[in-house]
Design a protein around this ligand. Structure first.
Ligand code: HEM
Length: 398
């Protein structure tokens, strides 16, 4: 109860369907209320501003992940054993197991394959001319790259997007959406257990490395399935979100599209700007290990704190004109990939995929046009279009 009365409270449910479809006005009101806001519905302390989010993410001994990063106790219990949901040495051990696969050197070795695949995906979409930006472009590349990288057997791929989406939904509060997602999320874990039992992870994949760690005694067999889900689940919808949001932003900001076509060296920063302005992950939580002062507010030990990446990335105290999409701004400080010990382990790959699609499009497409209003998907955590009807006008053919 420490200090609760001094903390401004926010009653609207930021996980309601309406708020999920249009979150930014809620985030703006939360930031206006202060650096720490009590969310009445979820009974957690929210950090809607940039400075406090960044500080909390960097202080991983006070704001821990080992008790889970979800807003419901069931997920927090079930996700024990994942990289996301561990601290200290335990966390370091898990991250190191596959870190060699995601180093800049390892990623450079994948670069040609990703570029070729992106060019094929874009060429097929350009040939169709009218496309769904989500299924024809944004999903096609991650689905062609990531399951092989993780080593997920080919026969288990039909449900991947449903399972991965459900796994994110299930990291939200205990609302109807996360309860409905529970069976699909569990199926993903069950399938991962089957992969471990049958040792069916693809050869030379990340899954294969993790199984080898069981053989040499570094890891217990029971720890492998959560680890596989740990890498597969966050690697699809997140990147799909970034690519789809990029397509929509460039379709609705033709001057920005011409800017990157004229100067493709802007593309890496454009990816940061897309992830800043339409952050694929709304928020994750932490638990405090002690009473902690945040900008004059004491948050008690054992409290749940919501770190709002998507709100921090639109904080007017941090960014000039935060609601403006501008590929020329320095967006490197965006928090969409997190920061600190748990910073996204796969961001190099996600950046490579998103850049490869934008580079291939910039070469092949003169104009991207929205042909109908897009629809947003409904998910507690992932902010992603469900449908994005587009026309791609090939270079030199308008
Ligand atoms: C645009 C795409 C992506 C975004 C925006 C994104 C975002 C994030 C964020 C915000 C976190 C931090 C979680 C925290 O603070 O607790 C994270 C962690 C993580 N991400 Fe990503 N991610 C993306 C793509 C990927 C990909 C492609 C992979 C796998 C190849 C991946 C694997 C992971 C893993 C394993 C963690 C947990 C790291 C840890 O706890 O140490 N992500 N991601």
């Amino acid at each position: 109860m420490l200090n609760r009365r001094k903390v401004p409270a926010y009653r609207p449910d930021i996980y309601s369907t309406k708020a999920i479809l249009d979150p930014y006005p809620h985030y703006a009101r939360l930031r206006e209320l202060g650096p720490v806001v009590w969310l009445t519905r979820q009974r957690v302390y929210a950090l809607p501003r940039y400075a406090e989010c960044k500080a909390a993410l960097r202080d991983d001994t006070t704001f821990v992940s080992g008790h889970g990063v979800a807003l419901n106790a069931v997920t927090n219990r079930l996700s024990r054993g994942t990289t996301l949901n561990s601290d200290g040495e335990d966390h370091d051990k898990r991250r190191k197991l596959v870190a060699h696969r995601l180093t800049p050197k390892a990623l450079r070795a994948m670069s040609d394959a990703v570029t070729n695949q992106a060019e094929q995906v874009v060429a097929a979409a350009v040939a169709k001319r009218t496309v769904d930006g989500v299924s024809d472009l944004a999903s096609a590349l991650p689905l062609a790259i990531v399951p092989d990288f993780v080593g997920w057997p080919r026969e288990g791929r039909d449900h991947l997007l449903t399972w991965a989406g459900a796994t994110f939904d299930f990291l939200g509060p205990a609302n109807k959406r996360s309860i409905r997602a529970f069976p699909a999320s569990l199926q993903m874990l069950r399938f991962a257990r089957q992969v471990v039992r049958e040792r069916s992870a693809l050869d030379r994949s990340m899954g294969h490395d993790v199984l080898a760690a069981v053989d040499n005694g570094t890891l217990k067999r029971s720890e492998v399935p959560p680890l596989m889900v740990d890498y597969l689940a966050p690697s699809l919808d997140t990147t799909i979100s970034a690519i789809a949001s990029g397509l929509h932003l460039f379709a609705t900001h033709p001057d920005q599209w011409q800017a990157i076509r004229n100067d493709p060296s802007l593309i890496p920063n454009a990816v940061n700007e897309v992830v800043r302005i339409e952050s694929p992950l709304r928020a994750f939580s932490r638990r405090t290990t002690r009473d902690v002062d945040i900008a004059g507010t004491t948050i008690p030990k054992g409290a749940r704190v919501l770190v709002m990446y998507a709100s921090a990335n639109r904080d007017e105290l941090q960014w000039t004109d935060p609601d403006t999409f501008d590929v020329h701004r320095d967006a490197t400080g965006q928090l969409g990939f997190g920061i600190g010990a748990h910073t996204c382990a796969g961001q190099g790959l996600a950046r490579m995929e998103t850049q490869a699609i934008l580079t291939a499009l910039a070469k092949q497409v003169d104009t991207i046009r929205c042909t109908a209003p897009p629809t947003w998907g409904l998910n507690n955590i992932i902010h992603c279009f469900e449908r994005l009807p587009l026309e791609l006008i090939p270079a030199g053919k308008e």
